[in-house]
Design a protein around this ligand. Structure first.
Ligand SMILES: [Zn+2]
Length: 333
């Protein structure tokens, strides 16, 4: 059972599977104090980052996560609010002076949507970031004795399976999850989700000895998310409050994007219900709503526990997780 906890030991010494909702805000817009979207999956003290929203560097540090315990990073898609702080995160978490990473870290994410048109995928993004900051990096290699950052960051663009042949920025065919990463602690699988016009856009599932968690990324209500999340202990899913945007002064194009590219709370409930997940945490909250409005929509379609993430919340997914000093079980409707 997933519970929101205050860990009684630092996360880098915690046993079990924890999820930290580092940032929960959607979009390149400041509508609250919440940092932008970023999620950490912590397995026996080592962690995996999903997305690099604005504020992830400070949020990860505040959660007790240090680069020396980072194993791999996953980018769901290349909207700026998911990768804006990738440069700062790498530059602030590299080498000994900051307990940064000194072993190679893989960054997995989408390839370019349209290479012939010159669009850049994850590898191009990371390469250009390292190039753009090469003056600083080169100085610190010599001046501070840091290891070459260029050799420590390995960007990999996720190869789409044959079942994705018909996919584009508008349509996402049904597909089985496919493995994108594996080490001794986790197996990470992915599916394409539907987030037009962005392509590719992924959801990721982490399977561990202590349980499983799925991060939806940005998506409309999508059957592939349910397939990926089947039987998972925890689904961290995005949500949009369309009423908030419909009541505001927004361009028709913007409203249309919210309607076809994001998931209403009741849509999240249907995804969770089909997947029979153990619990739902809402993060990447687009628009303003009360907790009751967010969770009420989910609970109209799903009879399991559901909660709204706050920045920095720690969710203990497994029974083997550190015994919480304070805990609140997710509330069922
Ligand atoms: Zn997006």
């Amino acid at each position: 059972m997933t519970v929101r906890v205050v860990p009684d030991v630092p996360l880098d010494r915690a046993r079990g599977l924890h999820v930290v909702t580092l940032g929960t805000a959607a979009g390149p817009a400041i509508r609250s104090e919440c940092p932008g979207i970023a999620t950490a999956v912590v397995v026996d003290g080592r962690f995996y980052l999903v997305d690099f929203g604005l504020g992830v560097t400070r949020a990860a540090h505040a959660a007790g996560l240090r680069g020396e315990n980072l194993r791999a990073c996953f980018v769901t898609h290349l909207h700026s609010d998911h990768v804006a702080e990738l440069p700062a995160y790498l530059l602030w978490n590299w080498g000994r002076p900051v307990r940064g990473f000194t072993e190679p870290v893989r960054i997995l994410g989408p390839g370019p949507a349209d290479p012939e048109a010159g669009s850049v995928g994850t590898a191009g993004l990371v390469e250009r970031v390292l190039g753009a900051y090469s003056y600083d990096i080169d100085v610190r290699i010599v001046d501070e004795g840091r290891p070459p950052l260029y050799d420590l960051v390995r960007a990999e663009e996720i190869t789409l399976p044959p079942s994705a042949a018909a996919a584009d920025g508008e349509h996402t065919p049904p597909m089985d999850p496919f493995t994108v990463y594996e080490d001794e602690a986790v197996r990470v699988s992915a599916v394409l989700v539907e987030h037009p016009p962005i392509f590719p856009a992924f959801a990721f599932r982490f399977d561990t000895a202590h349980g499983s968690v799925v991060v939806s990324g940005d998506t409309t209500e999508c059957a592939n998310t349910s397939t990926l999340a089947a039987g998972a202990d925890l689904l961290v899913h995005e949500a949009v409050n369309l009423d908030f945007y419909r009541a505001g002064d927004f361009a028709p194009e913007f409203l249309r994007h919210q309607e076809i590219s994001h998931t209403t709370p009741d849509g999240v409930g249907r995804v969770a219900s089909r997947a029979r997940v153990g619990g739902v945490v809402l993060s990447h909250l687009a628009g303003v709503a009360t907790d009751e409005q967010w969770t009420g929509g989910v609970s109209a379609e799903y009879d399991g526990p559901v909660a709204v993430a706050r920045p920095g919340d720690v969710w203990a997914v497994s029974a083997e997780a550190a015994v919480p000093r304070a805990a609140a079980v997710l509330h069922s409707a």
